[in-house]
Design a protein around this ligand. Sequence first.
Ligand SMILES: NC(=O)c1ccc[n+]([C@@H]2O[C@H](COP(=O)([O-])OP(=O)(O)OC[C@H]3O[C@@H](n4cnc5c(N)ncnc54)[C@H](OP(=O)(O)O)[C@@H]3O)[C@@H](O)[C@H]2O)c1
Length: 289
Amino acid sequence: MTIVGTGLSGLVGSRVVDTLGKTHFFQNMDLSVGVDITNATQVRDFLSKTDSDVVIHMAAFTDASKAWEQRGDTAGACYKVNVVGTQMIAEACDAFGKHLIHVSTAFVFDGKTEDMYEEEAPLSPIEWYGETKAKAEEVVQKICSSWTIFRIDQPFRQDPFPKLDTLHKLAMSLKAGSATPFFNHWFAPTVIEDFAYALEWASQTKPKGIFHATVNEKVSDEDLANLINQQHNFHAEIHPSDLLEYLKKATRPYQQNTALRSDKLRQAAPHLPFTSLREAVARVDFSNL
Ligand SMILES: NC(=O)c1ccc[n+]([C@@H]2O[C@H](COP(=O)([O-])OP(=O)(O)OC[C@H]3O[C@@H](n4cnc5c(N)ncnc54)[C@H](OP(=O)(O)O)[C@@H]3O)[C@@H](O)[C@H]2O)c1
């Protein structure tokens, strides 16, 4: 297949291309081919000329702390990339009959529940990045007739990448001898290599709806630190810390639990790889840290 993608140079996108690039041809719709995704004309021109019938939209303003500094600013970069950019892509996809696969985040939820979030849970963002991503989800559903939304959480990859993922950040501290992970911050990470196959499935079958793509296991930072420590024999000291104490001095709101349940994807596409967290952690390469 030829697949148009945005954000293919990012932490997630570049690994998706590594994973699927031998069997599919990716066209990156970005500035290198003269497309600013917030420019309607440039997006329409590009999509009017491609043979691809699917667009995987991963480009986003992802720095939640910088996003918080722009809160309320609909002229700011975060809103423009995440909401206006998504709108331009959604409109062009709809005009040219392309299926839009939009990549979203667990930060569309407030993190206040103890359970894992289901796809149908009401959106409840508590900070600006999450708010713009929630708005983008609404834009996709309102504009497109053919769409899939995937929500992912704390994605990690097997190989090192300049922007360190959660797992590599934790491993860096552990390798240095000690870590202070939160015992009361929970999530369910996304194995990017598995997620790539979920994107391939959605590109081929074009299912309409929202899917969570995670390991389907709710863990704390402390749990993950212990797992890395054991699996990679780091012998580091782990000193659990309290998220609620940290939040007293934090400059922006922070979700306490972003764990997403992913049963729906497992039932819809049981043939996909669903690597357990233990297995996925074991195979990560930390040699370059
Ligand atoms: N990483 C996470 O923890 C996480 C968690 C949940 C969901 N997500 C979602 O997963 C997706 C991928 O995230 P990521 O971590 O891979 O992001 P990333 O590493 O920050 O990369 C962002 C990508 O978006 C592109 N981009 C940013 N602004 C752009 C613009 N104005 N026009 C065109 N492209 C632009 C960047 O291109 P350049 O390199 O050219 O700037 C880059 O390829 C995003 O939709 C994000 O919301 C990420």
